[in-house]
Design a protein around this ligand. Structure first.
Ligand SMILES: Cc1cc2nc3c(=O)[nH]c(=O)nc-3n(C[C@H](O)[C@H](O)[C@H](O)COP(=O)(O)O)c2cc1C
Length: 277
């Protein structure tokens, strides 16, 4: 999936916030093309989607509104119903109507707004407001928001708490490909098994051949942490192919119960030195 990022960032804060937000997207197999909405030499009439299937618009708040130049340039966007994520940055004063105005602009240009986020960034005039932001904590929060489960929530609406059901690909197994399951399995087919995959008007093409089935060449694993609100796992980056597994556990040499004290059963003696089969 390709994402078109339309970024207005005269002093770099919005660009950094956009990069933080999109950081998990690359891991989900999304590629992106950036358009600098501040470019004095840029040509914005028309502003076509090209081969993009989704759009991110990232713009700072100026006086609680969308900067006039951004409004002017976005008016040439040809959205074609593509899903769109909005990112509004602001110098930690207030973003007032900026995000609403962005949503209206996006809708007017034929985009389908599916998510919107406002992020505090260093104030480009009064630097002490929001100094140093986005900081490491902002980056984590933006990445968590942007990476809100695999595949990106556009199709499945799965959340980190309510995920699936999902079928895990197995070596030799054949599935029927549909528009609904393609986002889930396209990364296995393209990135891990090295095929080209295209969705054309008349159907799905793998390595240039029209098909509606695919037979997997590898086994895949679903990696899941037991602390589900604090675990970056397959819910975020999808299936792990067998050739990415670098080892397997042999033995449990220590097992601690984090909820108990050292003299109150913290060490789970019964688990120590057990072979993991
Ligand atoms: C002309 C102008 C007006 C601004 N108005 C606001 C505002 O109303 N509220 C706010 O919180 N920040 C305001 N800011 C701060 C910017 O929204 C903020 O610094 C943003 O991160 C700048 O983005 P950039 O670093 O990508 O250029 C304003 C900045 C400028 C230059």
């Amino acid at each position: 999936m390709n994402i078109l990022r339309l970024i207005f960032s005269p002093t770099g804060g919005t660009q950094r916030a956009a990069d933080d937000l999109c950081a998990p997207w690359a891991a989900q197999g999304l590629s992106r093309r950036d358009v600098d909405l501040t470019d004095p030499d840029g040509s914005f009439d028309p502003l076509p989607l090209g081969d993009a299937e989704g759009v991110l618009i990232a713009i700072p708040s100026y006086g609680g509104r969308v900067p006039a130049l951004a409004v002017q340039r976005l008016a040439h966007l040809q959205g074609g119903g593509a899903p769109c994520v909005l990112l509004c940055t602001y110098g930690n004063r207030a973003y007032d109507d900026t995000l609403l105005e962005m949503a209206d602009l996006a809708a007017q240009q034929g985009l389908n707004v599916i998510a919107a986020v406002a992020a505090a960034t260093e104030h480009s005039i009064v630097r002490r407001f929001g100094a140093g932001r986005p900081d490491a904590q902002d980056a984590r929060e933006l990445a968590a928001y942007g990476g809100d489960v695999y595949p990106l929530n556009l199709y499945t609406r799965w959340t980190r708490d309510d995920y699936g059901p999902v079928w895990i690909p197995a070596k030799g197994a054949t599935i029927t490909l549909t528009e609904d399951n393609l986002p889930i399995y396209s990364r296995c087919i393209e990135a891990y098994e090295g095929n080209t995959l295209e969705q054309r008007e008349d159907g799905i093409y793998i390595n240039g051949q029209k098909t509606d089935t695919y037979t997997f060449r590898m086994d895949y694993y679903w990696m899941m942490g037991d602390n589900r609100h604090n675990s970056l796992d397959s819910r975020y980056w999808g299936f792990v192919p067998e050739d990415h597994v670098v080892g397997k556990p042999l033995v449990v040499w220590l097992s601690l119960d984090k909820d108990r004290g050292w003299l109150d059963g913290k060490i789970r003696w019964s688990r120590l030195f057990k072979w993991v089969g």
